[in-house]
Design a protein around this ligand. Sequence first.
Ligand code: GLU
Ligand code: MG
Length: 441
Amino acid sequence: MKREPVIYACCGDISGKLRGKGFPAADFDARKKQGVGWTPTNVQITCFDTIAQSPYGAFGDLLLIPDEATLTRLEAADQAADAALIDNFVLGDVVHLDGRPWACCTRSILKDALQRLKDVSGLTLFGAFEHEFTLKNIASSIGLAFTVAGFRRERAFAEALIAALRAANITPDTVIREFGVDQFEITIKPEHGLRIADHGAIVREITQAVAEQFDRRASFTPMPSAGGVGNGVHIHLSFRDQDGKPATYDATGAYGMSAVSGAFIAGILQHLPSIIAFTAPSVISYQRLVPHRWSAAFNNLGVQDREAAVRICPVTKRNGADPHEQFNFEFRAADAAANPHLQLAAIVHAGVSGIEQKLKPPTPTNEDLSLLNGQQLSAFGVEPLTSSLAAALAALERDGLVRSWFPAEFVDIYLAHKRSEIAYLADRSQEQQCTAYAEVY
Ligand code: GLU
Ligand code: MG
């Protein structure tokens, strides 16, 4: 049957999903200007398709304006002549009818944060999201952690994924059969500013689309099963100055951190108790953020320590390589139940507030913090991360400074959204909660 291509214009919302509306691809030029209509209350659709309390009710109209730079096309790998279109979507900004950014437009929220970084420091952000996910519906995979055999079983999927990313102008870096049951990891090369989060969102969507082509389900849920290995998101960041030169490394700085990097990281760790509500925003996220899960359990800095909230990643001078180009740090208290634009906006605002306060670089911890008591932890200037989404939301609600970084009505809407997600899962066991999230992420 004849098909006519459709482009799906979408926005990343509070649930972290890409939602939007389709139109004939032939109309793209017109739609780039006029957008598609969008409804304010849609922002309260939770990941479980329930609708949280909305201040907008049935009222209001918005426009979703596509950004052509994010147009993502995916064609079936093995069909030549009449290649079937699997995906054809474009991310966009949500604006009022008069063109003002809408308070809950997550791309606009990130643009504001990046502008603040530039205003305060003159720097731009460079980075990439690293994703772990579970590839389900395959034979039992015990004994396959990091193995050639484990990768071989999914080589066709992995190679199609690499091709799909490249076709979407995303440069693949590595693809790994990770440690957990049926767990894989995909990393991509760093990008600038807004594109860091755009690519984060697109990688999740493309990975799931490619998996479906192989009769697999790729799930980015933070905890595939209670007590199992978590799927983390590690957000790698560095800075570029006005001339495009790396500005993250200083050979004379503590552990290689330039003054601005140290202050930025200190700001992240200082505000982590509140911003974690954006970076790890599901009920089960907090099963992952406990000691000995190689995730993050304290608001600490680590050097090559995979249990730190922020980790300074390794650099090498081997074969004349330049540490300035490689030096980056990764934020590990994140998962893919979050919207990547909100995750990054929260991290950037927290970091910039560290730069504004001229905070000193944090001293990396070098021990098993789970063995220390409260007094010993305070001596290191660290505290355990909150143990539940409800506690993280309460910390965010109380934190006037963090709230002030976001558009006025946004945080209350966010809190209502997330609290309705908590209520939806209230009567379920941890395992049932994991099952519920594995179905939707
Ligand atoms: N799966 C771990 C997490 O939940 C990360 C393991 C690693 O260091 O790659 O973050
Ligand atoms: Mg990993």
